[in-house]
Design a protein around this ligand. Structure first.
Ligand SMILES: NC(=O)c1ccc[n+]([C@@H]2O[C@H](COP(=O)([O-])OP(=O)(O)OC[C@H]3O[C@@H](n4cnc5c(N)ncnc54)[C@H](O)[C@@H]3O)[C@@H](O)[C@H]2O)c1
Length: 263
C-alpha cells in the first residue's frame, strides 16, 4: 500500500526524504513539506519536486489526503505536535527525543493508545543488521541471564554544532549528550537487556560553554537485576560508539564506528 507523508522540519527531515521516502517510491509519496524557514522550504521542495509547501503545521493537520505526519522539528515542539497529529487520526512519526520526562511520556502513551493512527519513533540504529541478529538471539531465549554491560558514546561536538541556536539549551534541546546523542545506543542496550529499574548519574558541562550536559557517567540497575555502566561525552578527540553486553551464554560487542553501532 502506498502512503502519503507530510514532512515537518527540513533539517534531518530532508534526510528522511533523501535517504528514506524518495528511495521507496512504490511505498511512499511525500505529499507535503512544512518548515518555518522559507529558504529551506523552497530548496527541499525544488530538490525533490514537492509542490505542496507550507509554513503552518496546522495546515498539515488538515490535509485530508495525508496518511502520515513525520515530525522533525526541535525537541521542545515534539510533545504538542505529536498530540495534535495523533488527534487527526493519521499515523505519526517523530524524531528523537519524543519527550523529556516520564510524565510527558505517560501523556503521549495515553494519546497513542486512544488514537486511530500508529505512533513511531525514529531510532534508526535499531535496524543495523548486527543489532537485529543479537536481538534475535536474545528473543529466542538463547542468551539467558543478563549480567552486566558497558555502553560508551564518545563523540565530538565543536562550536559549529552550537551555531544552531537551539543546540545546548534547556529550553529547546532540553538535554545534552544523554538526551540528544547517547539516546540511540542506550535505546539499543535496553532493547537487548530489558528495562532499567533505577539510575544514578553524574553529569558535567566541560567541553563547550553550553547550558546542558556534555559529559556523563551513569550506572543502571536493570529490572532483571543486571547492572550497566554508561559513559557519554561530546569531547572525544577520536569518536567511537561501543557496547559490550554480557549474558550467561554470550557476550555481544558492537563495532566502534561512531555512527553505525547497530552494525
Ligand atoms: N535520528 C537522528 O540521528 C537525528 C539526527 C539529527 C537530528 N535529530 C533530531 O531531529 C530533530 C530536528 O533536528 P535537526 O537537526 O533537523 O534541527 P534543525 O534545526 O536543523 O531543523 C529543524 C527545522 O524545523 C523547523 N521548524 C521549527 N519549528 C517549526 C514549526 N513550528 N513548524 C514547522 N517547522 C518548524 C526549523 O525551521 C528547522 O528548519 C531534533 O529532535 C533532533 O534531535 C535526529
Amino acid at each position: 500500500m502506498k502512503r502519503k507523508v507530510a514532512v515537518v522540519g527540513l533539517g534531518i527531515g530532508r534526510a528522511h526524504i533523501d535517504e528514506g521516502f524518495s528511495k521507496l517510491p512504490a511505498q511512499w509519496e511525500v505529499g507535503a513539506i512544512c518548515d518555518l524557514d522559507p529558504a529551506r522550504l523552497a530548496r527541499t521542495g525544488d530538490e525533490f519536486a514537492i509542490a505542496r509547501r507550507t509554513a503552518a503545521f496546522e495546515e498539515v493537520l488538515g490535509m485530508a489526503d495525508i496518511d502520515v505526519i513525520d515530525i522533525c522539528t526541535p525537541p521542545a515542539l515534539h510533545r504538542e505536535q505529536m498530540l495534535a497529529a495523533l488527534a487527526t487520526g493519521k499515523h505519526v512519526i517523530c524524531e528523537k527525543p519524543f519527550v523529556t520526562s516520564l510524565a510527558e511520556m505517560d501523556t503521549i502513551e495515553t494519546a497513542a493508545a486512544a488514537a486511530k493512527g500508529t505512533l513511531m519513533p525514529i531510532f534508526q540504529y535499531r535496524w543495523g543488521d548486527g543489532f537485529r541478529r543479537a536481538l534475535r538471539v536474545v528473543r529466542a531465549g538463547l542468551a539467558c541471564t543478563p549480567y552486566n554491560a558497558t555502553v560508551e558514546t564518545a563523540w565530538r561536538r565543536a562550536q559549529d554544532y552550537y551555531d544552531i541556536k537551539w543546540h545546548g539549551t534547556w529550553a529547546i534541546e532540553r538535554g545534552g549528550c544523554l538526551l540528544g546523542h547517547a539516546i540511540h545506543i542506550h535505546d539499543m542496550m535496553q532493547e537487548l537487556m530489558g528495562d532499567a529499574a533505577s539510575a544514578y548519574a553524574q553529569v558535567a558541562t566541560r567541553v563547550n560553554p553550553i547550558e546542558t550536559e556534555d559529559c556523563a557517567a551513569a550506572t543502571l540497575r536493570m529490572a532483571s537485576g543486571a547492572v550497566v555502566a554508561l559513559a557519554a561525552t561530546l569531547g572525544s578527540a577520536s569518536e567511537i560508539s561501543r557496547m559490550r553486553l554480557h549474558f550467561e551464554n554470550v557476550t555481544f560487542e558492537s563495532c566502534t564506528e561512531p555512527y553505525s553501532p547497530g552494525n
